[in-house]
Ligand binder design. Structure first.
Ligand code: TGC
Ligand code: FAD
Length: 391
């Protein structure tokens, strides 16, 4: 069961949005209500990503909204991108994950670091959802410390030979292409586009997840894969390449997590108004009101932070450390709200009849991927003090 979706706008942040923003948000919101809410609980139970929605999301313009129209994007601003992510994550973090990866981790690097031929070949199809992409940075032995990656390319004439493996990769087994990061013979990190059919490349799925169950996660394994030289992203070397992609994806997550939080708050509020104990709606008890009031306060703070970050990003002034702070704060906020909202529903909160438990389990991944909660704290610490506390 799910209640009508009534997202709060306590500080009238809608006044800060353009008509175009509101039209886009409304289109995605309607789509999620119509096409995702009715199927997502069953998909999560079955641990299946509803792959048919990829084409529909492409038609809605969810992939690469800030990529220029000449490459298949919509040429929108970053606030529009953020609003789209909020609406998608109200549906499910896994749906937002697919859009994050496709947009920020696949289309963004091809657009920013790719050759003209690469852009023309891949971007329009990725925008339409005709191709699905994934992003390979994390390895079995290197998660928070991607700079130590072991995956390698070796020059072999007209191509490179790629060897190594990546782990925890969203969309791995359903992806047609992978943007992969590997070190060359000089130890420099290079990005490349690897196609699914190439010999030596496999992408087994990881099973038994209790989180992001309606999303595909898996490995990328490279065994002497021949990567043509024209598939190397020519315009970037070094760790800052993948980290720039992460800035874009983390920005989207800072907005996306608000959608999951609002869905939990909305459910808790409506349930508390309906559910009676001791002859009264539980919403009349001060302890429940405290929970609801604090949830709304935290959502409102997160909305304001996301909106301001969007303005800064539109002006090309958002720093990676600001993005880290927003990702960390907003995901933690959503996770806490999911836990509180679950309690408001009592036993009903653990069932799939309501979306809360699914959001809560999903957010356990969101708080870890794209940089863990603690890594983002250390990024803020570094920014404040100038002292690197990673090593
Ligand atoms: P460090 O020495 O600090 O930096 C290396 C170079 O990178 C530059 N840099 C950045 N550039 C752009 N944006 C950023 N955010 C940047 N952060 C650092 C830096 O200036 C330097 O440049 P240069 O020119 O001097 O070489 O690097 P480090 O090795 O000490 O590590 C820093 C650290 C820990 C912050 C970083 O590695 C990190 O963020 N670790 C977390 C890893 C992570 O987030 N992985 C995400 C994998 S993808 C994923 O999870 C997708 S989930 C998708 C979904 O399903 O939604
Ligand atoms: P580790 O790095 O081993 O960290 C373990 C713990 O140690 C964490 O709590 C961490 O905060 C802490 N820690 C590590 N270093 C320090 C330090 N210096 N100081 C203090 N504490 C520290 N990756 C991709 O490349 N592409 C994807 O599409 C992708 N999708 C994902 C999807 C899911 C569902 C999940 C769960 C992960 C995904 N990831 C992806 C991987 C994700 O980015 C990593 O899991 C994450 O960066 C953390 O790495 P790790 O899991 O190896 O943890």
């Amino acid at each position: 069961m799910s209640y009508p979706y009534n997202p709060p706008d306590y500080f009238q942040i809608d006044d800060l949005l353009t008509d175009e923003h509101k039209i886009i948000r409304s289109a995605i919101r309607d789509y999620i209500t119509r096409s995702v809410v009715p199927i997502i609980d069953e998909a999560a139970h079955k641990a299946e990503f509803p792959v048919k929605i990829v084409k529909e999301l492409g038609e809605l313009g969810v992939f690469g909204p800030f990529i220029p129209e000449e490459y298949g994007g919509a040429g929108l601003d970053h606030i529009a991108y953020g609003l789209i992510m909020t609406e998608l994550e109200r549906g499910d973090s896994g749906i937002r994950s697919t859009a994050s990866v496709q947009t920020s981790l696949v289309m963004y690097p091809i657009f920013s670091f790719g050759s003209e031929a690469q852009k023309r070949k891949y971007l329009p199809k990725l925008a339409e959802g005709e191709l699905i992409g994934c992003f390979g940075l994390t390895e079995p032995n290197h998660g928070s410390d991607p700079g130590s990656m072991e995956t390698r390319i070796r020059d072999n004439g007209d191509h490179y030979l790629l060897n190594g493996s990546k782990m925890w990769i969203t969309n791995s087994s359903i992806a047609d292409i992978a943007v992969v990061w590997a070190k060359d013979e000089l130890g420099k990190i290079r990005g490349m586009i690897v196609e699914k059919e190439w010999k030596g490349f496999s992408a087994p799925e990881t099973h038994s997840k209790w989180s992001l169950r309606a999303s595909v996660t898996g490995e990328l394994v490279f065994d002497d894969v021949k990567v043509p030289k024209e598939n190397i992203l020519p315009e970037i070397t070094g760790l800052k390449g993948p980290l720039m992609c992460l800035n874009s994806a983390r920005f989207g997550i800072a907005w996306g997590a608000i959608g999951a939080a609002i869905d939990c708050y909305n459910t808790a509020l409506q349930y508390a108004l309906e559910r009676k104990q001791f002859g009264k709606p539980i919403a009349s008890f001060q302890l429940q009101q405290k929970k609801l009031a604090e949830m709304l306060t935290e959502i409102t703070k997160a909305q304001l932070m996301a909106w301001r970050l969007g303005k800064l990003k539109n002006e090309n002034r958002a720093t990676p450390a600001q993005i880290s702070m927003a990702k960390r704060n907003n995901v933690e906020m959503a996770l806490k709200i999911a836990r509180e909202a679950r309690q408001v529903l009592g036993a009903m909160g653990i069932t799939g009849d309501f979306p809360i438990m699914r959001h809560m389990m999903n957010l356990e991944s969101v708080v870890t991927y794209e940089g863990t909660h603690d890594i983002h704290l250390l990024i803020t610490g570094h920014d404040i003090t100038g002292i690197h506390a990673f090593e």
